[in-house]
Design a protein around this ligand. Structure first.
Ligand SMILES: OC[C@@H]1[C@@H](O)[C@H](O)[C@@H](O)c2nc(CNc3ccccc3)cn21
Length: 446
C-alpha cells in the first residue's frame, strides 16, 4: 500500500454552522433569525422540526471542543449567528452573544485548534428580513458593520475568515424556490439577493483589509463538477450553462468583475432585469486570499429544449448515492479543483465535504463504514489535486457532529460524531477514529 502524505501544514478540520448546532434560539439576548422564523412555520421543515435546541452547542461547547481535541483537529470551521451579536441586525450589541464566541474561540486556541469563522451561514437577523432582507441593498452595508465589529473583537485571534457560505444556495433556495428561509418564490428576487450578498462580501473584505488584520479572508462557494450526458455539441453546451449557473455565478464577479453571460441570458429569457451601479464590481472584486469550496457530488447534464429555464436536464449518475440522494463521485472533486485552480490561480480550502448516512448506534458504537469510504476516496482526490499542482490548503469534513439539516430537520446525519438528540449524548463514530488516524499520519493509504 502506498502512503499519500499531505504537505506539512495541511489543515485538517471539520465544519458546522450556528443555526444547525447551537440551539438557545432566544436565549441570553439573541434576536430572532430568518431560520428561527422559517423553521417555526408549519410545513416548512420535516416533521415540523426546528433548531430551537439542535445540538445544544451553546451550552455544551466546552465538551464539544474537548471532542475536537480528542480527534486531533487542526482547525474548526463554525459560523457566528449575526442576531446573537446584533439582535436587531445593527445598533444594540448583545454582550452575552459576544461572550459566547469569545469563550468558544479561547477554548479552541487553548487546544491548538485554529478557528475558521464563517460570518454568515444563512441565519439573517429577522429584523433585517422585515426590512427586505437581501432584497434590500442596505443589508449589504449592515453586514459590513457587523463584520467590522466581529473583526474588531476577534480579528487578531482568528486566522481564517469566510464572509459568506454558499450565496447561490441562500439566494436560490431562499428567494427563488422557497425551500429555505425566508421562503420566497420570486426568480428576480434571487438575482437581486445574490447581487446584494456579493456586495456584502466585498464590503466585508474591504473592512478586513482596511483593519490590517494578519489572517486570511475568502468566501465559500458550493460547487458540483459537471459532465455531459453525451459528447454532442448540445450536451457540451449544456455543461457550460450548468457550470456557469451553479459554479461560476458567484465566482466570476469576484475574479473577473462580471456575471457569466448565462446569467444575463436567464434574466433576458424570463423578461427580467435588475439595475445596480457597475461600480459594485469594484467592491465585489476586492482581492481575497483564498477560495473555499463545498463539494458533495457531481451533475450530469443533457440538452433539453423543453426546459425553458436553462435548456438542460440533469441525468442521474450510475454510482451509489448517499442518504441525500447525491451520487458519490470522488473524481468530481479532483476535476473541479483542477478547473478552478487553472482558471483563478488562488489558494483553495475544501470548506465542506461529507456524506449523510442512516447511522445506527449499536452497543455504544456507530460503524459508519460507508462514510469512511466516502471520506477516504475524496481525501485521495484532494491529494492527487495537490500532486498535480493545486494550491490546496485544507480539508473540512461536513460535519463535526450530526445536526439540523435545514428542510430535512434531524433526519439526515452528516456528523463524524453521533448525537443522541434525546439525551444530547455525543458518541464518536468509527469515521471520527478514521479521521484521527488521517490527521496523525497527515495522509492516507492509497
Ligand atoms: O447538506 C449538507 C450541507 C449543509 O448542512 C450545510 O449547511 C451547507 O453549507 C451545505 N451545502 C451543501 C451543498 N450545497 C447544497 C445544494 C443544494 C441544497 C443545499 C445545499 C451541502 N451542505
Amino acid at each position: 500500500m502506498v502512503k499519500l502524505v499531505f504537505p506539512k501544514d495541511f489543515l485538517w478540520g471539520t465544519a458546522t454552522a450556528s443555526y444547525q448546532i447551537e440551539g438557545a434560539w432566544n436565549e441570553d439576548g439573541k434576536g430572532e433569525s430568518t431560520w428561527d422564523r422559517f423553521s417555526h412555520t408549519p410545513g416548512a421543515i420535516y416533521q415540523n422540526q426546528n433548531g430551537d435546541v439542535a445540538c445544544d452547542h451553546y451550552h455544551r461547547y466546552e465538551e464539544d471542543v474537548k471532542l475536537m481535541a480528542e480527534i486531533g483537529l487542526k482547525a474548526y470551521r463554525f459560523s457566528i449567528s449575526w442576531p446573537r451579536i446584533f439582535p436587531e441586525g445593527r445598533g444594540k450589541i448583545n454582550p452575552k452573544g459576544v461572550s459566547f464566541y469569545e469563550r468558544l474561540i479561547n477554548k479552541l486556541l487553548e487546544k491548538n485548534i485554529k478557528p475558521a469563522i464563517t460570518l454568515y451561514h444563512w441565519d439573517l437577523p429577522q429584523a433585517l428580513e422585515d426590512k427586505g432582507g437581501w432584497l434590500n441593498r442596505d443589508t449589504a452595508k449592515y453586514f459590513s458593520e457587523y463584520a467590522s465589529f466581529i473583526f474588531y473583537k476577534f480579528g487578531d485571534m482568528v486566522p481564517i475568515w469566510i464572509t459568506l457560505n454558499e450565496p447561490f444556495v441562500n439566494a436560490f433556495l431562499g428567494y427563488a424556490w422557497g425551500w429555505h428561509a425566508p421562503g420566497k418564490k420570486d426568480l428576480k428576487g434571487a438575482f437581486v439577493a445574490g447581487h446584494n450578498l456579493l456586495l456584502a462580501h466585498g464590503l466585508a473584505v474591504q473592512a478586513y483589509k482596511e483593519g490590517g488584520y494578519n489572517g486570511n479572508i475568502g468566501i465559500t462557494i458550493n460547487v458540483a463538477a459537471v459532465y455531459p450526458y453525451t459528447n454532442s455539441e448540445e450536451d457540451l453546451r449544456a455543461v457550460q450553462v450548468q457550470d456557469a449557473f451553479e459554479n461560476r455565478w458567484f465566482i466570476e464577479p469576484i475574479f473577473r468583475k462580471k456575471y457569466p453571460e448565462v446569467i444575463w441570458k436567464i434574466l433576458e429569457k424570463n423578461y427580467l432585469s435588475f439595475d445596480f451601479p457597475i461600480s459594485d464590481f469594484d467592491i465585489i472584486s476586492s482581492p481575497i486570499d483564498f477560495l473555499g469550496i463545498n463539494y458533495y457530488t457531481r451533475n450530469i447534464v443533457a440538452h433539453d429544449e423543453s426546459n425553458k429555464f436553462l435548456g438542460l436536464k440533469r441525468i442521474e449518475g450510475p454510482n451509489e448515492r448517499t442518504e441525500m440522494g447525491w451520487e458519490i463521485y470522488p473524481d468530481g472533486l479532483y476535476d473541479i479543483l483542477i478547473q478552478l485552480y487553472r482558471d483563478y490561480k488562488i489558494p483553495i480550502y475544501i470548506t465542506e465535504n461529507g456524506a449523510a448516512y442512516n447511522d445506527k448506534l449499536e452497543n455504544g458504537k456507530v460503524e459508519d463504514n460507508k462514510r469512511i469510504e466516502y471520506l477516504r476516496e475524496h481525501i485521495k482526490r484532494a491529494y492527487f489535486a495537490i500532486r498535480d499542482g493545486v494550491d490546496l490548503r485544507g480539508y473540512f469534513i461536513w460535519s463535526l457532529m450530526d445536526n439540523f439539516e435545514w428542510a430535512h430537520g434531524y433526519s439526515k446525519r452528516f456528523g463524524i460524531i453521533y448525537v443522541d438528540y434525546d439525551t444530547q449524548k455525543r458518541i464518536l463514530k468509527d469515521s471520527a477514529y478514521f479521521y484521527k488516524k488521517v490527521i496523525e499520519e497527515n495522509g492516507i493509504e492509497e
